[in-house]
Design a protein around this ligand. Structure first.
Ligand SMILES: Cc1ncc(COP(=O)(O)O)c(C=O)c1O
Length: 421
């Protein structure tokens, strides 16, 4: 095993040896008050801005200014079906066919829209199953769905019963299903848990859910652009993700979603429909056509015309991913995260709760600290290291392969060591 010193020279050497280190120059890195670049580890919360984004935004603004409403149909980048162009760029990230993915709205809203179709409780089967440490917004949305269907969230919202909630095992899933499987209508699972950084063994979990005929929805906010995903093969029924974390789409940027092709032609599925889900050829047929004609693809779940100024930064960023290639980024990500993990292991008084196996995690390491995580986060930020704390005692560090460096990690390790001791 290589032993590291986490000194500046060592880290610089590692940076210089990796050709992908140059990608950092294509991002705007926030600065400390002394003008130095932050060691930014919060890309799991908000990804940084590619330097190509402002020019792309100015281009879109000028199109709006110069063309007005004609912009919907004129020019190479006309807006009428622009969402489909941008969406197609993300299909590979999630292992989906192009017809299975779309972009619209925002993540929690999309989970609601998709649950409107896929959470269909019946008399004996009403429960929604979440993972331990489910993201609060997912919990609120699932509880609201239960209540909306006349159920009681206290009874019908349940969690996988895990021996250790920081590390959920397949056995936990199996034994929870033995107890409740026949009563579960929907499993809504955060594919890569935001708190622990655990990338769940979705292939094995979904096999279990299928045994009980449970519909499966995935929240992939922390997975997309971070770890390989194979949604079509997994046969997840639906999924949604935000694009402002690892996809660098900008604060609150438009969300991505997936509906498996096996559902595209199911006319019996209830949809909270809107004109953007209708066949585009008859979308403007305001008087002749009273009936909604859903598109026979994930596009059939769209509702409203999408925000251009949210799609433009996402397109810029997805094109960059395509240029670099996800496999190369993932390989770099694994090396960066292992370096971080080894550094954490040298510090007494803190401990990673994220799985050690790279296949079971993305770039994030969640560190449990003795004491107040928010206080440590604050001190680190003053020292130019930007992590992301979660109550009560976890600080998350995500070295993002597009822009984080070995030098950032060495700096973080040095500062944490100083502060914790
Ligand atoms: C795992 C997860 N789910 C849901 C959300 C909520 O996202 P939105 O505000 O875009 O609905 C977030 C936001 O960070 C998240 O991390």
């Amino acid at each position: 095993m290589t032993s590291f010193t986490f000194g500046n020279e060592e880290a610089l050497g590692l940076d210089e040896a990796d050709p992908l280190s140059a990608l950092r120059d294509r991002f705007t890195i926030p600065l400390n008050s002394d003008g130095s670049e932050e060691a930014y580890f919060a890309g799991n919360s908000l990804g940084l801005m590619p330097k190509d984004t402002p020019a792309a935004m100015l281009g879109a603004l000028s199109d709006w200014g110069n063309k007005g409403v004609r912009g919907h149909f004129e020019g190479d980048e006309s807006w009428y079906r622009y969402d489909e162009v941008v969406s197609a760029l993300q299909a590979d990230f999630v292992g989906a066919q192009q017809s299975e993915v779309g972009i619209m709205g925002s993540l929690t809203t999309n989970l609601h829209l998709l649950m409107a179709s896929f959470y269909r409780p019946s008399k004996g089967r009403r429960k929604i199953l979440l993972e331990p440490h489910a993201f609060p917004s997912d919990r609120y949305a699932a509880a609201a769905q239960v209540a909306w269907h006349g159920g009681d969230p206290e009874i019908d919202l349940i969690e996988i019963e895990a021996k250790n909630p920081d590390n959920v095992t397949l056995q936990d899933v199996v034994s929870t299903l033995e107890k409740y499987g026949e009563e579960v209508a929907l499993a809504l699972i955060g594919g890569l848990n935001y708190y622990t950084g655990q990338y769940h063994d979705l292939s094995s979990w979904l096999q279990q859910f299928r045994k009980y005929e449970i519909t499966v929805g995935l929240d992939l906010a922390h997975a997309v652009g971070n770890v390989p995903i194979d949604l079509h093969k997994l046969e997840a029924d639906f999924a949604a993700w935000c694009t402002y974390k690892y996809l660098n789409g900008g604060p609150g940027s438009i969300s991505g979603y997936f509906v498996h092709e096996k559902h595209h032609r199911d006319v019996d599925l209830v949809r909270l429909a809107g004109w953007w889900g209708n066949n585009p050829d008859t979308r403007f047929d305001m008087h002749g056509q009273e009936r909604f004609v859903p598109r026979q693809s994930a596009d059939g779940w769209k509702v409203s015309n999408p925000a251009l100024f949210s799609m433009v930064p996402l397109k810029t960023s997805l094109e960059m991913f395509r240029e670099v290639g996800f496999d190369a980024l993932r390989e770099r990500s694994i090396r960066l995260t292992q370096y971080l993990e080894k550094g954490i292991q040298t510090i007494d008084g803190i401990k990673s709760i994220t799985p050690e196996n790279p296949e079971r995690r993305g770039c994030q390491i969640s560190v449990r600290v003795n004491g107040d995580a928010a206080a440590l986060e604050k001190k680190l930020i003053l020292d130019g290291v930007v992590p992301d704390a979660r109550d009560p005692d976890v600080v998350r560090f995500a070295p993002v392969p597009m822009y984080s460096s070995f030098s950032d990690i060495a700096r973080a390790i040095q500062k944490i060591k100083k502060l914790v001791s």
